[in-house]
Structure formats: structure tokens, C-alpha cells
Ligand binder design. Structure first.
Ligand code: NIG
Ligand code: FE
Length: 421
């Protein structure tokens, strides 16, 4: 039986609170405890909070001590939007964009998503799994303990399933928890570019049922955007996901406004993501509904585009999550600290709101809110220790990660120092 007692957290951010995604003003509360402690047994938190109270737990005395050295301890980041399965970076796209080409122009000229599709189609499942496991190590080093993994670079039944199987394969090679999402509707495959109806049918009638049957995906996602999938097609894909018993996420209002937020909220999507072009009615819908607004400002940074309306969403009462959107085209960044920095400096989120967005609200955006994202009894023992005395230092410093150690399900899976035993 593995039992750990984390002691001497100068600031422990429990993120304790209501059993729901934090919305509006609730996002300002991080459950700050000074001189905090946490007791974790077999991967599950038994107690977290004031040192003296945690020490009174009858199992505290027999636990192995992990000394946080007076630093900040918080829940591991839950990165709820990422495309981490690909064969190679898109360096020519990067250069073309620096010379003025837009994301859409690059896609039309054979770069973009389709160039990654070529690479993924040509890769073996084991190669994809090994590549994902390598990225996973970098995420753990930056404090991410749970990561979404979207398919979407296969665009045919066989390759989409191969991608999802590679997530399962990588899951056996890394302690990072991977949550698979089927994104068959990421782009039209080149071979069906003039037969979009055939492809939408394939997604709805073949891919989604196959992914559900093999239990390879938890969610279905769609890129609802001009030149990609229409609102009507996205709605059909949502219905097919529901029929198969899978949850729904959507790339919504990213490059242009399609009206997909209304459909997503009504259809109980777990999250609506990007939202760069969301308008006042979308914000109202998100504030009144259950769908989490997942913002991925690393992609705006990388593409040099205006940021999504984080302030208006939070002030309007929405639940905002922050994710990396890690992918080779729009955000080659796995470090949540960078995303927190951008969220604060560019979108004017407060440090507390940003940390709430990257932990507890990230968990709700992945359907894991009841078991992840906060340090409360019964939840996963996923914690990080940051080299900081004050949690506001986390989004304040940027340019290198400050994670001292990462604990996943009660085991230290990354450390820059030998834990003092
Ligand atoms: O979240 N918007 C669509 N999908 C990704 C980009 C994928 C790519 O360019 O490879 C995104 O930005
Ligand atoms: Fe994305």
C-alpha cells in the first residue's frame, strides 16, 4: 500500500468548492491554505488542507513524507484540449506564415492539417504511441497530469482508429492520464474533398460506432468552421456521438462565427473550445448552460491573432477552462505555465482564475470533474509542487517551467530534486 504525506506546502491550493465547474466569480477562489498538507493513499486523496488537521488523520503517522519545502502545491494541470499525436512538426507552414500566409491559405496550398495527415497515415501505430509517450514526459515535467488526446490526422476509418489505439498504447508507457477524443471531422480527406456527404456519413456511421464499440474514445469533436464542417454537419455528428454513448466537444467560433455555440450548449457538449469569434449571444448561452468554455490562447499567440473574450466570459458568468491545444499547426507548446502567462497578460484573467481554469475547470471540460482537478478527499492524488512561495508567481514568471515535482495518482513521476524522505 502506497501512502504519502505531503508536508510543508507554504501555500496549498486545494481548489475545493462546489461539485461543478467554477463559473464567473467562483473562479477567483483557489481554496488557499497556508502551511498545508495532503495525505494520499493508493492514488487517492484521503485528506488535504491545514497541516494540523491532516496530521490528525489516523493514517498520517505511517505515511512516507514528501517535503514541499514551503513552496506552492496545487492539483496537477488537466489539459483538456490537445492534438498530441503527429509524426513531425510543420516547419514550412511556420515559415510561410511568418512571410504573411494565413492559416487558411497554408491549408489550401497543401500544408496545414493535410500535411500532418500524410505523416500520420504513413506511420505505424507503435511509432505514434512511442511519439505520444515521449511528448507525455514533457507534459509531466510541466505539471500536467491529465491530457486529452484527439485523433483527427487520419481522416479515414483505419487511420483514425490507429490513432486512437496509439493513445491506448501510449497509456501503457506513461503515467500521464490520456483521455481519447475522436476528431474524424477535423478536415475533409483529400480523396473525398468533392464528396463531403460521403465523408460525414463515414464519420457518423462508421468511425463513431467503431470508436465506441472498441471503447477507444470518450468524446467526439468536430472542427466547425468555414472550409471545414458546417453547423448542420456538426449537429449530425453530435447526434451520432450521443447515439453511440460518447460525449461531445467542439472547435467553435475559432476563425469565424458559425453559431455552433448555441447548438453545443443545447446539446450538452462538455466543452466549446477556442471561441475567438464568440459574440454576446454566445457568451450568454455559455453563461446559462452547462458547457465549459475552453480557451486555448497559445494558438492565438502562435498565429498572431486576437485573443478570445476571456474577461467577458468570466464576467458574464461562464465557466472557463484553459488548455494548450498542443498540435503541430497552431500551438506547439506543452507547457501550461506559458498558457497561464498568456491568459493573464493578454486576456486579463487573474492568476487565481487562470489556475482554476487549468485545473478544476479543465477536469470538468474533460468530464472528470468529480474525480480530478481539486485536492479533496476521494479525488485523484494528482499534485504538483511549484518552485514558488506565492501562487501568483506561477503565471508571473515565464520562459521556463518551475515545476519541482509532479505526483500522479500518488506516485512522484517527475522530480527535479530527490524528494526529502
Ligand atoms: O485546434 N482548429 C483545428 N484544429 C487545430 C489545429 C490543427 C492543425 O493545424 O493541425 C486547432 O487549432
Ligand atoms: Fe484544437
Amino acid at each position: 500500500m502506497a501512502r504519502h504525506l505531503i508536508l510543508n506546502a507554504g501555500q496549498l491550493l486545494t481548489m475545493a468548492g462546489p461539485d461543478a465547474a467554477r463559473r464567473g466569480r467562483e473562479m477567483a477562489s483557489v481554496g488557499l491554505v497556508r502551511d498545508g498538507a495532503a495525505l494520499v493513499e493508493d492514488g487517492i486523496i484521503l485528506a488535504a488542507g491545514l497541516r494540523d488537521i491532516v496530521l490528525r488523520h489516523d493514517k498520517a503517522a505511517s505515511a512516507k513524507i514528501v517535503d514541499a519545502g514551503g513552496r506552492v502545491v496545487l492539483p496537477g494541470f488537466v489539459d483538456s484540449h490537445a492534438h498530441p499525436i503527429f509524426a513531425s512538426p510543420r516547419l514550412s507552414d511556420f515559415e510561410a506564415r511568418l512571410k504573411g500566409a494565413t492559416y487558411a491559405e497554408i491549408a489550401q496550398s497543401g500544408g496545414g492539417i493535410l500535411s500532418t495527415v500524410n505523416g500520420v497515415r504513413g506511420a505505424r501505430q507503435e511509432q505514434l504511441a512511442a511519439g505520444l509517450a515521449r511528448w507525455a514526459q514533457r507534459f509531466l515535467e510541466c505539471g500536467t497530469t491529465t491530457l486529452e488526446a484527439k485523433s483527427g490526422y487520419g481522416l479515414d476509418l483505419e487511420t483514425e482508429i490507429k490513432m486512437l489505439r496509439s493513445v491506448a498504447g501510449a497509456g501503457g508507457q506513461t503515467p500521464l492520464q490520456l483521455v481519447p477524443t475522436l476528431l474524424g471531422a477535423h478536415a475533409l480527406p483529400p480523396e473525398l474533398k468533392d464528396r463531403r456527404e460521403d465523408y460525414v456519413k463515414q464519420v457518423c456511421e462508421e468511425m463513431i460506432p467503431a470508436a465506441a464499440r472498441e471503447k477507444l474514445a470518450r468524446f467526439v469533436d468536430v472542427f466547425c468552421e468555414q472550409g471545414f464542417f458546417t453547423l448542420e454537419e456538426a449537429a449530425r455528428i453530435r447526434e451520432a456521438a450521443a447515439r453511440a454513448g460518447l460525449g461531445f466537444k467542439i472547435h467553435a467560433e475559432q476563425l469565424s462565427r458559425s453559431g455552433s455555440v448555441g447548438m453545443a450548449v443545447k446539446g450538452l457538449a462538455v466543452s466549446a473550445d477556442h471561441l475567438d469569434c464568440a459574440d454576446a449571444s454566445d457568451i450568454k448561452n455559455l453563461a446559462e448552460g452547462q458547457t465549459v468554455s475552453c480557451l486555448v490562447p497559445g494558438s492565438n499567440y502562435f498565429l498572431g491573432k486576437p485573443y478570445p473574450p476571456a474577461r467577458r466570459l468570466i464576467d458574464g458568468g461562464a465557466a472557463v477552462a484553459l488548455a494548450t491545444d498542443f498540435n503541430p499547426g497552431t500551438c506547439p507548446c506543452w507547457d501550461m505555465r506559458m498558457i497561464l502567462s498568456i491568459a493573464c497578460t493578454q486576456m486579463k484573467m487573474t492568476p487565481a482564475e487562470a489556475l482554476t481554469a487549468a485545473t478544476v475547470n479543465g477536469a470538468w471540460a474533460l468530464g472528470l470533474g468529480k474525480s480530478h482537478g481539486s485536492l479533496e478527499p476521494g479525488k485523484a492524488g494528482d499534485l504538483i509542487c511549484y518552485d514558488a512561495e506565492d501562487y501568483r508567481e506561477i503565471p508571473y514568471y515565464f520562459g521556463s517551467t518551475g515545476v519541482v515535482w509532479t505526483m500522479k495518482r500518488g506516485a512522484v513521476v517527475h522530480s527535479t530534486e530527490a524528494p526529502r524522505l
